[in-house]
Design a protein around this ligand. Structure first.
Ligand SMILES: [Zn+2]
Length: 265
């Protein structure tokens, strides 16, 4: 399928709960803290790019276990799937360095594995967008950390520093958008959502017990020709809505289909 088409769109509106405190550093010390929490307009938030990275590595690990050889792990040449030209440097360069004329000739060979297809690669756009997660009533606190002296491997007083933590119990809203989803995309989304419901870790200082967030609920809006609610219906009436239970059933169907050994992509 081409990105020039728009066959379907699914928007999952999700709710995340901070099971633990969180630290997503801005990377720039401020007058208030050595390691402030990342903010936008003064408000702390979880960047969509972090969540997306967590989702990708989650499905990568699961796919390696359940379907070895069918999908790549990002930046790991050893694990490159045979059916994916984005998985190895040599193959990527064949496409990246091709002139427009050469590219036209090899265009039909541009096949990527399900994970590179969903999350994108240097050769293909992503089908999945993950929004920033915005907290409802954030409470930010300061904690003390201790640096380790690299020479003596001991903590030294002067290496003390502080960092900001978003306290546990924080609720967030975020969304995941999938366009032109095929059954392999829904199968991967099934794994990602299931894992999020059990809890995933984001941000830094995880060894300090920080980072765990859990998906506590979601609703889904969509249009999809295959679900008898077309792009035209969407333009006339807006999105169709589906609840978590029904959507999960759809994802599970795709997952069961994709699990079949005959499927190679
Ligand atoms: Zn791949």
């Amino acid at each position: 399928m081409s990105f020039l088409e728009l066959k379907n769109r699914y928007v999952l509106h999700g709710r995340l709960h901070g099971e633990e405190g969180l630290h997503i550093g801005s990377g720039v010390p401020s007058t208030k803290s050595d390691a402030p929490f990342l903010r936008q307009g003064g408000q702390p938030f979880l960047p969509g790019s972090s969540l997306r990275g967590v989702l990708r590595s989650t499905v990568e690990r699961m796919a390696q276990t359940l379907f070895p050889g069918r999908c790549c792990i990002l930046f790991d040449e050893q694990s490159a799937a045979a059916n994916c030209v984005a998985g190895t440097k040599k193959e990527r360069e064949r496409f990246e360095q091709a002139t427009a004329e050469e590219f036209d000739k090899i265009r039909s060979e541009l096949k990527v594995c399900a994970i590179c297809g969903l999350f994108g690669s240097t050769l293909t756009a992503s089908k999945l967008k993950v929004s920033d997660a915005l907290p409802a009533a954030p409470v930010v606190a300061k904690r003390d950390g201790v640096g380790i002296d690299r020479d003596t491997e001991t903590a030294r007083d002067k290496l003390k520093f502080d960092y900001e933590v978003l306290e546990r119990g924080c609720d967030f809203k975020f969304s995941i958008q999938l366009e032109n989803g095929e059954y392999s995309d829904f199968a991967l989304l099934y794994m990602a959502i299931k894992e999020m419901e059990h809890g995933v870790e984001v941000g830094g200082r995880r060894a300090r017990g920080l980072g765990r967030v859990m998906l506590t609920g979601y609703d889904v809006e969509y249009f999809d020709l295959n679900r008898k609610y077309t792009l035209l219906d969407f333009l006339d009436k807006g999105f169709a809505k589906v609840d978590k239970g029904q959507f999960e059933g759809w994802l599970k169907e795709s997952f069961d289909e994709w699990r079949k050994p005959s499927k190679s992509s």
